[in-house]
Design a protein around this ligand. Structure first.
Ligand code: ADP
Ligand code: MG
Length: 373
């Protein structure tokens, strides 16, 4: 893709812009980076376009390929450090095809063997649990600048990697048809055209070409193809069985990875940043472990929920996902940090946080016995 409208002038973020891109992009960094391009032609201006067009962006920057993180590290590093609350070493950011994912999956086995109890033992609050990881294929640009041709190739490679996936993950792949939103069996989990943030980043180009969903026969395992990343591998259940959802996810990720490796294809990865993703908030494990949880009392006292979430390193989203509203007191609660933590820690943070939040909801219910639970 040709980079659009590269502006030599330091861009003016709107006065009300709150994004991390706005916060950390200085004139000096801009002038140093604005004339360079990755091998796929991605520029700093492409990276920040979404943040410039959307003053309410929280991050405001996307990577167009693996190399973006290395080439534009002067702006990516402070943003990554801020979002994930960790220190990133610039000289470690080197693209690599190494497959030593040890820092991220060291305790994967441990979690596969252990079991977190359901944090909602009486099944009163949790409606569903979903854990997903984002992955991109090495050697292809990411969704903000991928060409129609490469997007199709990525889709084909992923379909092939899913073809012989064994039971209980075996399933079918369906392309997204124009005018048809594929609604998964889990009512609120949609793969839809990206929002205005993704649109401005270039992610919606050619929609819905080469986008699709693989869904297992039991509907609990999914792979979204060419959404925000090449793959979103998803495990989901209508319970609070976090361990079961995690195990299914890891089974699927391993199967896909093994099938890709047979064809000498690996996931984009970097020793300092973990799995590389279009949005820097997803780097590292690229894992978001979430529940949909109904909290009527905390819905009426949102400041208490927000304070608790901050302390517990959790993020609150709306019922239909990022940038959506909370409907019928159903919140999407998930781990914030994905880099600098292991997969087990992502899941543990969600589990421990949920125990506290459910306790808070029950305290509020008991404090006001007339309120609904
Ligand atoms: P992601 O971080 O995976 O990109 P989004 O906020 O974009 O998540 O949401 C993607 C979809 O997944 C949305 O339709 C959202 O409602 C759904 N979703 C997220 N968490 C859950 C959950 N625990 N249960 C059911 N659906 C969920
Ligand atoms: Mg999303």
């Amino acid at each position: 893709m040709n980079s659009l409208n590269v502006s030599p002038d330091f861009p003016c973020f709107p006065d009300n812009a709150k994004s991390l891109a706005n916060r950390y992009l200085t004139k000096e960094i801009y002038e140093r980076l604005i004339h360079i391009k990755t091998q796929y032609g991605f520029t700093l201006y492409d990276a920040i376009r979404s943040g410039l067009e959307n003053p309410d962006s929280s991050i405001g920057i996307y990577a167009g390929d693996a190399e973006s993180y290395e080439l534009f590290s002067d702006i990516f590093i402070p943003i990554i450090q801020h979002y994930h609350s960790i220190e990133v070493l610039k000289h470690h950011i080197k693209s690599t095809t190494s497959s030593s994912f040890t820092s991220i999956i060291t305790d994967r086995l441990d979690l596969m063997e252990s079991r977190f109890p359901d944090p909602d033992r009486e099944h009163k609050y949790i409606i569903s649990t979903r854990i997903r990881v984002a992955r991109n294929l090495n050697g292809f640009p990411f969704t903000p600048i991928i060409s129609t041709f490469d997007r199709k190739r990525v889709e084909k490679i992923i379909i092939q990697a899913l073809e012989n996936i064994p039971s209980p993950l075996k399933g079918v792949y369906r392309s997204i048809q124009p005018s048809l939103i594929i609604k998964s069996s889990f009512d609120k989990s949609f793969f839809r055209k990206g929002d205005r943030f993704q649109d401005a980043a270039g992610i919606n180009r050619d929609w819905p070409d080469s986008r699709g969903i693989f869904e297992s026969d039991d509907k609990k395992f999914m792979v979204w193809v060419n959404e925000e990343d090449h793959l979103r591998v998803i495990s989901i259940d209508k319970t609070g069985d976090i361990s079961g959802v995690f195990k299914r996810l890891i089974m699927g990720v391993k199967d896909i990875e093994n099938n890709l490796n047979l064809k000498n294809i690996s996931f984009a990865w970097n020793q300092e940043l973990g799995y590389l993703t279009a949005c820097p908030s997803n780097l590292g494990t690229a894992m978001r472990a979430s529940v949909h949880i109904k909290l009527p009392n905390l819905f009426k006292n949102k400041h208490l929920l927000n304070n608790a979430a901050t302390q517990l390193q959790l993020q609150i989203r709306g019922t239909k996902g990022e940038n959506s509203d909370v409907e019928s007191a159903v919140f999407d609660i998930s781990n914030i940090q994905r880099l600098g933590v292991t997969e087990k820690q992502c899941v543990e943070i969600l589990y421990k946080g949920l125990c506290k939040i459910i306790e808070l909801e029950e305290d509020l219910a008991n404090y006001n016995p007339l309120s609904e639970t």
